[in-house]
Design a protein around this ligand. Sequence first.
Ligand code: PMP
Length: 375
Amino acid sequence: SALRPYNFSAGPAAIPEPVLRRAAAEMLDWPFPDGRRSGMGVMEMSHRGEAFGIILQQALDDLRELLAIPDNFRILFMQGGGLAENAIVPLNLSHGEAASFVVTGGWSQKSHAEAGKFCQARLAANAAVQDASGATSYTHIPAPESWQLDAGSRYVHICSNETIHGVEFHQLPDLAALDCNAPLVVDFSSNVASRPMDWSKVGLAFGGAQKNLGPAGLTLVVVREDLLGQAMQHCPSAFDYTLVAKNNSMYNTPPTYGIYMAGLTFQWIKAQGGVAALEAQNIAKAQLLYDFLDSSSFFSNRVDKACRSRMNVPFFLADESRNADFLAGAQQRGLLQLKGHKSVGGMRASIYNAMPMAGVQALVDYLREFEAKHA
Ligand code: PMP
């Protein structure tokens, strides 16, 4: 709305305003769908009571519908974020044996490193490029045909959208076509629900909620049923997918408020026309920004066109001595949190589902003016 600036944060990130307003209206007294008052806010409810049961089931049903999750996949609401899943996945799927990692940016690199504590973490491909100054950059996705997929791997890990480096898989790899029978594990923290998901290629997907789904503290795991029941002996019970699934995400107290907020976000996505409608919006938003960056002689994005992220757009000023000036001007215009990740530098605009086209347009207008003044 005109009252709030545009928030380009990479996460925790902007939440759709109607979701925040609804949560505010229900903060003190959540109403049942049939009009009865619960007499309490969602944070104050027992997770085992009637009211929260309704909230949980609605969230599960809406998410399954929105992402077209097949019946043979279980939806788990967990805690610990994407980084905890880097350990929880090998504890559940690896048997302490091999797993293969495709490193396309900082997040898959972290996944590979963490899994090494629990299994034999193999590097199937590494897109890291060292520049002359010794800095690491990631700007491409190695062709799946070139991946070294270890025959004994219990799973193959990719990050479908590298939040820091702005590198996104626009098509999930088809491991079967690469003669690999291992399930594909996808970290979709930063592009979940921004586009439809081809579950036929996936064994497990996980993501923190704090970009496209709601507040931090909730982790979404979608796992194919045949992958349950294999956790290692020392896997913490609260992180054993089988126990979590058996107890409908209530083995321990789930992050109830996060589930409620995600549920409101799912309803908002449905009201926008679903994930396919949001994808069309996301394509248009990303194109507006990348087209400007490509036409500019002052601003640039360095990622291969074939794998540029629709969600996170890193960009650089030709004259980096103007970075602080650029950020101050942006702030003044109501364009917030554009500073790039410290490992990349420059700027980054995160334009998740909740960022309207008008926000991207306002950013491009500012970029154009800044360039005219300083180039
Ligand atoms: N994976 C990806 C793709 C991410 O963007 C992030 C967070 N930015 C993480 C993992 C780590 O998530 P968390 O901080 O919730 O553990």
